[in-house]
Structure formats: structure tokens, C-alpha cells
Design a binder for this molecule. Structure first.
Ligand SMILES: C[S@@+](CC[C@H](N)C(=O)[O-])C[C@H]1O[C@@H](n2cnc3c(N)ncnc32)[C@H](O)[C@@H]1O
Ligand code: SF4
Length: 357
């Protein structure tokens, strides 16, 4: 931490910060910005000694999904395929397989006296609701729930437990990020093992909670890859038409890894086609928006399309040992399709056609 702080004082970019900087360049927003915003909100004084005000928690890498852009370091459900992948597919794709990791985290009584915000990532935090409930109860013992902000990122497979909901409605602010990457079957394909109707049911519950309690905010958070970059208009339209209380998502997370799914690595001809579609979608979004009554929950998605266009236009990443991106994309996609009994062209025929060899 000392080295990291020293590097930051000197304005150099540490390796671990590079993906946020790339995200900022493309979309003007990143987790780094959000952290700075939050620190400023709390009146954090950077020149004083450190005081623990917030914790970002990966309680474990236990997860009930195996999203295609994720891996075993975040999801235990990826372990079996990551192991197969290491041995079955060429060495240029090598990535190490993580084991199930548990942090054994709990919030101490001492920490509960000063903590201001808790962020739960993962793995899947909703598989650890009892630990989250225990930590909030600890804060409640000090009569401080009204003083803390809670941020949860979830894949929405598991509903929020009633006991957790009761504690959350007494917190100062709850920001719930629901990870959804496409509408319907394409989402279930990317976020493998999720079941769309179940996700919908859980999101509607969250929407209703946000309607009843002004401290509860929720939004979807969308990760963009080659698998969904041409279908974001369908997702945005569906969001507009389905929920009353969802905040407009911050611009999408632009995945730069794994490189065989990163949109900036698409072949040039496909990039042009995707760009064309994004520009048309942006124009259509403006036309639709102008037709809505002022008090409707519908949004203008221009900034989101601009970020995607910047991302698609970005320079391709250096991919050592890879001769043909298209071939490698299919090697990876077909490997997973075979293992999961799926077919990319069933859920995104347009992109499958554009990428045909
Ligand atoms: C790692 S997940 C953990 C929390 C929870 N399981 C979920 O999916 O929301 C946090 C966020 O990272 C996103 N993500 C997954 N793989 C990514 C990648 N390769 N690059 C950027 N973001 C990614 C997910 O879509 C999700 O929104
Ligand atoms: S739900 Fe989250 S942690 Fe699990 S595989 Fe998907 S992105 Fe990774």
C-alpha cells in the first residue's frame, strides 16, 4: 500500500489501475472515479493518516454462474472448465485456474463503530447473505445503520432475503447493481446458468423495494463484449419498458479481458459494421426519447452509445502468439458451446454471421 500511495503521489499509473484508466478513456467513467466521488462525499482528507472508512469485499469466489467473460478467480463454477481449457485449447490462451477461495470475512465490533460504506463484489454476494446480515446487525448494535452506505453487485439469481431487506431499508443509502448484459436468451447464454424469468422476478422485487424506500437505489450494470455489443439497443429498450424505479445505468463496463471477447480486437470490417449499428441506435434512441412524455421513466442513451463507439474504435490489444483473432474467437466460443450444450448463432445470429470464417 505504501508503494501504491507513493506511485500515486508521483502521478504514475500502477499496473492494477490500467483497466480503469482504459475505461475512463472510452466512457469517461470508471470504478476509480466512483471511489474518488465516494471519498469526497465522506469529506476524506488525503493529507491525513489513514482511517478505515470503507471496505470492498470479495467474501469468496463462490458463484452460481459461469459468465463467459469471467473466470475461476471470480467464479468457482468456472473451475472445471478452466482446468479443461488449460489442457484442451492451445497454449496461447493459457490462464491459471483458481481454487475455491474463502476470505472468512466478518465485520468486527470495533470496525462497526466507524465504518461508512461496505461494497460487496465477489463471487456472488447473495450467496453470503447471512454474513452480510451479521455485519449489518453489528452496525445496528451501535445504532449506526443510518450512517452507512451499502453497495451490492449481484447476478440476480438469488433473491434478497427478507431479513437482509429489513436491515437495508434502515441504511443511509443502498446501491444495488444488477449485472445484466443483454435481453433474454442472449443474457442467459453470456451469463451461463442464469434463468431469465427468475432474474426478471428478482429485479421486479428490487424495483418495487426502490419504489417504496427512497434510500434504496438500483440499476443494471452491463458488461460489453463481442457477444453483446451489437444488441445493446434491445437491452436499453427493454429496461425502459419494464422498470419504473431503476436508475439509468452508468455507461457499460467495457471488458478488455479476455482479449478474445474484447470489442476493440474485432476485425476491421466487423468494427465498421458494429459502429454503423451503434450510430443508428443512438439516433433512434433520440427519436424515441423525444416522443416520450416528460414524466415517463424512459431515457436517452446517447452517452452510452458514444462510450461504446469509442470502445469499438479503440486500438486492438497486443496479443502475443495470436495470428488470427477470428479463429481464436471461435476456438474459445465453440469450446464453451460444446461443453455447455449451446450455440452462439442461436442467440446472436447477426454477430455470428459477421464473424463467419
Ligand atoms: C465479477 S462480478 C462479481 C459480482 C456478481 N457476481 C456479479 O456478477 O455482479 C462484478 C462485475 O464484473 C463484471 N465482469 C465480469 N467479467 C468481467 C471482465 N472480464 N471484464 C470486466 N468486467 C467483468 C460482471 O459482469 C459484474 O458486473
Ligand atoms: S455472476 Fe459475477 S462472479 Fe459469477 S461468473 Fe458471472 S460475473 Fe463472474
Amino acid at each position: 500500500m505504501d508503494d501504491l500511495r507513493a506511485a500515486m503521489w508521483e502521478d504514475t499509473v500502477p499496473d492494477g489501475c490500467k483497466s480503469c484508466i482504459a475505461g475512463e478513456e472510452a466512457s469517461g467513467f470508471s470504478n476509480r472515479d466512483y471511489s474518488i466521488y465516494r471519498a469526497n462525499q465522506m469529506g476524506f482528507d488525503y493529507t491525513q493518516g489513514h482511517k478505515l472508512l470503507g471496505q470492498e469485499l470479495n467474501i469468496s469466489n463462490l458463484c452460481n454462474l459461469r459468465c463467459r467473460m469471467c473466470d475461476s478467480s471470480r467464479s468457482s463454477k468456472w473451475i472445471a472448465e478452466d482446468l479443461l481449457y488449460e489442457t484442451d485449447v492451445t497454449s496461447s490462451h493459457f490462464r491459471t485456474t483458481a481454487k475455491l477461495q474463502k476470505s472468512g470475512w466478518s465485520l468486527s465490533s470495533e470496525e462497526a463503530k466507524t465504518i461508512k460504506f461496505l461494497t460487496f463484489l465477489g463471487g456472488e454476494p447473495m450467496l453470503h447473505q447471512s454474513q452480510i446480515i451479521d455485519s449489518l446487525k453489528e452496525v445496528k448494535k451501535h445504532n449506526r445503520l443510518h450512517d452507512i452506505s451499502v453497495n451490492i453487485n449481484s447476478n440476480m439469481v438469488t433473491p434478497v432475503d427478507d431479513q437482509l431487506a429489513e436491515l437495508l431499508i434502515d441504511c443511509k443509502l443502498v446501491d444495488f447493481n444488477a449485472s445484466i448484459d443483454a435481453y433474454g436468451p442472449l443474457n442467459d447464454y453470456i451469463r451461463s446458468d442464469s434463468v431469465w424469468n427468475k432474474l426478471l422476478e428478482n429485479m421486479l422485487k428490487l424495483d418495487s423495494l426502490a419504489g417504496q424506500y427512497s434510500n434504496i437505489k438500483w440499476q443494471t450494470i452491463n458488461t460489453v463484449t463481442v457477444l453483446n455489443c451489437n444488441k445493446m439497443n434491445e437491452l436499453y429498450e427493454w429496461l425502459d419498458n419494464t422498470f419504473k424505479h431503476a436508475k439509468q445505468p452508468t455507461p457499460a463496463i467495457l471488458a478488455i479481458e479476455p482479449w478474445y471477447l474484447a470489442v476493440n480486437n474485432l476485425p476491421l470490417d466487423v468494427k465498421d459494421t458494429v459502429l454503423q449499428k451503434l450510430i443508428e441506435s443512438k439516433a433512434q434512441s433520440l427519436v424515441n426519447f423525444r416522443q416520450y412524455p416528460k414524466n415517463s421513466s424512459k431515457k436517452y442513451w446517447g452517452q452510452h452509445y458514444d462510450a461504446l463507439c469509442n470502445y469499438v474504435s479503440g486500438d486492438p490489444a497486443h496479443m502475443p502468439g495470436v495470428d488470427d483473432w477470428r479463429e481464436d474467437f471461435w476456438k474459445f466460443t465453440n469450446f464453451l458451446d460444446q461443453s455447455r450444450g449451446t450455440k452462439f448463432s442461436d442467440v446472436n445470429l447477426e454477430m455470428a454471421e459477421w464473424l463467419k470464417i
